[in-house]
Design a protein around this ligand. Structure first.
Ligand code: CAO
Length: 474
């Protein structure tokens, strides 16, 4: 009897489960199309279904380069980026390296596209009223002040989290927690502390910093990924979190292959470094490797036709093992293909300098573009050393929107780097950077929904404008 009852209950449970599964599937197929919780695929044309980050509001408290790089990327993906600036002054880069008198510098314009600007004195009580309203309205606060500055303003994590538990607070700092956490940091400090400088340059020379802004812009890119990840997680958890990207960490992440080599040293010399072929012993740390190739394929920078006059008439040439045959043919040394002294990568290692000299005899007879053409035709990897002038004029980069001409009301047209990350359904248009405080009124009214009376009160308090000269002196 008991068994019969059990059986009946079991089949009842099974039936209900089946029914509810059917229900879920039915619901899913009606609303989402495929049962995975996603909406039905849009029927709009590619690029016409809005932008990736539409609806995301960013309280952009960034300045100089690292933070603005991050928020500019988010703006290109469609986020509404509201840049908060100090009244009368703004982001310090507006006035740095000025090339057109009275206009925002290229430093500023090239890092702050697609944003809106509001001026607010964060140290004024009415200014804090505006900031608190922004915290309550926005999804993400991004900042790269010196350590402790945000806390000193009164915007501690605890306060922000209380005002808006969904807010993500993203910060760039020079160093993570540890002995240097309170230090102010600029680009080259990060390059040095993150391992880039000690591994860049020639063995016999001092450490070198690179022209690529891996400390500032590199960390900004890292932070942007942290922010979109936190936004994605918030869809599940409903709450914000802190996102921290230390510039030292960002640079080290980009130098990861050098930490790889540091550990390989225990197993013996680094055979792909030309110092090995030159019989120079390795020390305890990864040495500077000049222009050696980062991967396992030996490479070097070689002169091309015109190098005597043109500082950029050079090409990067990689002696990739699988195309050793075509390399020998192209430079006119066909016997090297079978000569045991040259035929294998191992045999070539001790003679790399001489081999590159011989290849250079050939590259010097051609322009870098002719070398490109000849080598790529037979799959030999080479890279022309392109000057910034050549890059600025390169038609293919203009065509893809990687180099863009932008119009600006006070400086006229200028060139900038557009969004290097291309999404096929979220097309980036590059819009000029905002003038200082250009959108103050519309943000107070349309975003924060302050009444005309409140706006007048905040404005007359002086929280949104620069102090008058006499007041400043007083
Ligand atoms: N209203 C009023 N005050 C404002 C304000 C506003 N809207 N916006 C900023 N401020 C104030 C801050 O409150 C802070 O004041 P206190 O020091 O009195 O608290 C000050 O301006 C910001 O100072 P800062 O120390 O961040 O700026 P700095 O020029 O002295 O230092 C930098 C610049 C970049 C070294 C430092 O911000 C830093 O180390 N940032 C983190 C690392 C980083 O991003 N570096 C890369 C910079 S790009 O090369």
């Amino acid at each position: 009897m008991a068994k019969k009852k059990q059986k009946k209950t079991k089949s009842k449970v099974k039936a209900t489960a089946k029914k509810s599964v059917r229900k879920v599937v039915k619901l899913a197929s009606a609303k989402t199309g495929n049962g995975n919780g996603l909406p039905k695929p849009s029927s709009k044309a590619w690029g016409q279904a809005g932008k990736a980050l539409d609806g995301v509001k960013i309280l952009d408290f960034t300045h100089v380069q690292s933070g603005p790089t991050c928020t500019q990327l988010l703006a290109w993906f469609g986020a509404d980026v509201i840049k908060v600036e100090r009244p009368g002054v703004g982001d310090i880069t507006r006035g740095q390296l000025v090339d057109v008198k009275g206009a925002d510098s290229l430093y500023f314009t090239m890092l702050n596209h697609n944003k809106r600007s509001i001026t607010v004195d964060s140290k004024h009580p009415q200014g804090m009223r505006v900031l608190e309203a922004l915290v309550k309205t926005c999804d993400v606060l991004v900042e790269n002040f010196a350590p402790g500055a945000l806390d000193r303003m009164g915007l501690t994590w605890e306060r922000i989290n209380k005002l808006n538990p969904r807010m993500i607070v993203a910060s760039v700092k020079g160093f993570g927690p540890g002995p240097y956490e309170d230090c102010k940091v600029y680009e080259n400090v990060a390059q040095c502390a993150g391992g880039a400088a000690s591994t860049t340059g020639f063995r016999e020379g001092p450490p070198l910093v690179t022209g690529a802004q891996i400390g500032d812009s590199g960390t900004g890119v890292h932070l942007a990924l942290g922010i979109v990840s936190a936004l994605y997680q918030r869809n599940r958890t409903g709450r914000g979190q802190k996102v921290l990207c230390a510039m030292q960490d960002g640079v080290l992440n980009l130098c990861r292959v050098k930490l790889r080599d540091q550990q390989r040293l225990k197993a013996g010399p680094l055979t792909e470094y030309s110092q090995y072929g030159e019989n120079i012993p390795f020390g305890p740390s990864v040495p500077r490797a000049g222009n050696d190739s980062g991967g396992g394929q030996p490479g070097w920078i070689l002169k091309c036709k015109g190098w005597e006059m043109d500082p950029d008439a050079y090409i990067y040439f990689i002696t990739q093992a699988p195309v050793w045959g075509p390399i020998c043919d192209i430079i006119g040394e066909p016997t090297w293909k079978t000569d045991p002294e040259y035929a294998t990568p191992r045999a070539r290692l001790p003679k790399l300098k001489a081999i590159f000299r011989r290849i250079e005899d050939w590259t010097m007879t051609k322009t870098k573009f002719e070398v490109m053409e000849a080598c790529n035709a037979v799959d030999i990897p080479v890279g022309p050393i392109l000057s910034m002038k050549e890059i600025a004029e390169e038609p293919s980069l203009r065509k893809t929107g990687t180099v863009v001409e932008v119009d600006h009301p006070t400086r006229g047209t200028y060139l900038t780097v557009g969004n290097p990350i291309k999404l096929s359904d979220s097309i980036s248009e590059v819009k000029r950077s905002p003038l200082l405080g250009e959108h103050t009124d519309e943000i107070l009214k349309d975003v924060l929904k302050f009444s005309a009376k409140d706006i007048a009160e905040i404005k007359t308090s002086g929280a949104l404008s620069a102090p008058k000269k006499e007041e400043k002196a007083a």
